[in-house]
Ligand binder design. Structure first.
Ligand code: CA
Ligand code: CA
Ligand code: CA
Ligand code: CA
Length: 224
């Protein structure tokens, strides 16, 4: 009985710890879907792309992009990612048509996929684990959003869905993504985070040091 209760408490403790670990990851540690272009003006084949944001140099081996049909939840195109996040913090996967031609120059990887116009979803998987997902459009009753939180709006033809900041993720598609009138394959805005060693971070660190010294002094006085 006691052992069972202990195991339950330990289990909860581990879950809480794991939650803190995930929440404490530095921004951009896990790759994120930063932009999806699925509806070009006219035919889509050879025009779409998916942009991934992550730590520069991070190998994407084992990561996969999966389209999920909004009408019935069925898996759609599946692309195994090959390559690494570029120095800019982005990785660009572009669609090709039947002849292998793409309208997107300079991509890190080319593959033949066509994610559907909305309502639909794309998931970024590590093996079989969903690490990020985006749903767009208005899902009716009985339809299958496979994104995070509320779906992003459906982007009109010629526009894309992009994160407001490529490396910022609240797990709510409606809050995180907006419509880009002009898609930006291979370019993105990142959240303004102070670089290590910058003035703001140094001031913060000095503030922590001063605070901890004060606490130590106070403890010393109290203990004397
Ligand atoms: Ca189209
Ligand atoms: Ca295609
Ligand atoms: Ca997410
Ligand atoms: Ca972009």
């Amino acid at each position: 009985m006691y052992a069972k209760r202990l195991a339950r408490v330990l289990g909860r403790g581990w879950l809480a710890f794991a939650g803190v670990m995930v929440a404490g990851l530095p921004a951009g540690a896990t790759p994120l879907i930063s932009e999806v272009y699925y509806d070009a003006v006219g035919a889509d084949n050879g025009h779409g792309f998916v942009e991934i944001a992550g730590v520069p140099g991070a190998d994407l081996a084992g990561y996969r992009l999966l389209g999920v049909n909004g009408a019935n939840g069925a898996p759609g195109p599946l692309v195994e990612l090959v390559g690494a996040i570029g120095p800019s913090g982005l990785f660009l996967l572009a669609d090709v048509d039947r002849e292998g031609v793409s309208a997107t120059p300079g991509a890190d990887q080319y593959a033949n996929f066509d994610f559907q116009n909305g309502p639909d979803s794309v998931q970024l998987l590590a093996g079989s684990v969903v690490v990020d997902a985006l749903a767009w459009g208005v899902f009716g009753p009985g339809e299958f959003p496979a994104g995070e939180g509320a779906p992003a709006p459906d982007a009109p033809p010629g526009s894309s869905l992009a994160r407001l900041f490529a490396d910022r993720d609240s797990d709510d598609n409606a809050a995180d993504f907006g419509i880009l009138a002009v898609p930006t394959p291979g370019q993105a805005t990142f959240a303004p985070i102070p670089e290590p060693g910058s003035g703001a971070l140094l001031t913060l660190a000095l503030g922590f040091l001063a605070g901890s010294r004060r606490r130590t002094d106070a403890a010393g006085v109290g203990g004397a």
